[in-house]
Design a protein around this ligand. Structure first.
Ligand code: GUN
Length: 293
């Protein structure tokens, strides 16, 4: 069994971005600028946004965070997005999810200028992805593609089984890996809560991607000998025996599944570190596309 080292691969990706940003800045022009909107003070969202800010800083990318209280109206939030949409000095914009219940996430996403939509959540960008046109690929699926590619794991002609059909992971990764392209060309089965014979389908997977949101859902008897296993889950499980009072688990029962897998991504240290690297890449892409205007 070999570990898919997300930490190391993310480091490489971030280094590549940092070099490119440094070249831009050395030429004497303004570099890329990412804006994040944070509504309320959900602790997980605060942590994500702080990590994004830190990663931007390390890569030489300018970052701004616009904070609003959780009682901001939908109209006011849309106006804040308008303001950033029309600011030529900001290249990328993300609105941290989840949003308070009285605000429509769909409306917010559709309000973001698609050219600044570095999350790749806007319907126009998702449509382009489906049609295999250049666009922003959402961070987690892009991270998975990079993990496979940079670990030199062949996807062409392979049977990929994806567990979970979320808008931000399961659905886009199933589309990406089935597209006609060098690092894809897989035969993909997308499984979900209504799938019958789930175990039998998982056992056919050359590459199994678990994004189901249930701790240690994938057990050893669901995995073919020699399969590649990508674990997208991240769960904090209370544990009296751990000094922190909790342990981090993925969607895969790592100890048992790792005995059968040829490659496996750990949690933490697998898919997680890749997402921010993907966001930086999208921000750089947005910047470069906007220089051509
Ligand atoms: N909340 C959890 N993941 C994400 C993400 O990738 N982007 C945004 N905007 N919010 C999130």
């Amino acid at each position: 069994m070999k570990l898919i080292d997300g930490k190391e691969i993310a480091k490489q990706l971030k280094e590549e971005i940092k070099i490119e940003v440094a070249e831009i800045l050395d030429s004497g022009v303004d570099g890329p600028h990412l804006a994040a909107i944070l509504v309320g003070n959900d602790p997980a969202s605060e942590t994500y946004v702080a990590s994004k800010e830190k990663a931007c800083k390390n890569a030489g990318i300018l970052s701004s965070v616009y904070r609003y209280p959780s009682n901001i109206s939908e109209k006011e939030l849309l106006e804040a997005i308008d303001f950033i949409n029309s600011d030529p000095e900001i290249n990328g914009l993300l609105v941290q999810m989840p949003l308070p219940k009285h605000i429509s996430e769909d409306k917010v996403i559709e309000h973001i200028n698609p050219e600044k939509d570095v999350d790749g959540f806007h319907p126009l960008n998702l449509g382009k992805m489906v049609m295999n046109k250049a666009t922003f690929i959402p961070a987690t699926p892009y991270g998975i593609v990079q993990l496979l590619e940079r670990s030199k794991i062949e996807t062409q002609g392979k049977h990929v089984v994806v567990l979970g059909r979320s808008n931000i992971v399961g659905t886009p990764i199933s589309i990406l890996l089935s597209r006609k392209s060098k690092n894809a060309n897989a035969t993909v089965t997308l499984c979900h809560s209504r799938t019958q014979n789930l175990k039998e389908i998982c056992l056919q997977a050359d590459i199994l991607i678990a994004a189901i949101g249930q701790p240690e859902f994938v057990k050893e008897d669901m995995v073919k000998e020699g399969a590649v296993v990508i674990d997208v889950g991240i769960h904090r499980i209370e544990s009296a025996s751990s000094p922190k009072g909790y342990v981090i688990k993925g969607d895969v029962a790592f100890d048992e599944v790792s005995k059968k897998a040829s490659w496996i991504s750990p949690v933490p240290g697998g898919v997680g570190p890749m997402t921010i690297a993907s966001l930086l890449r999208n921000t750089l892409m947005a910047y470069k596309a906007q220089q051509k205007h």
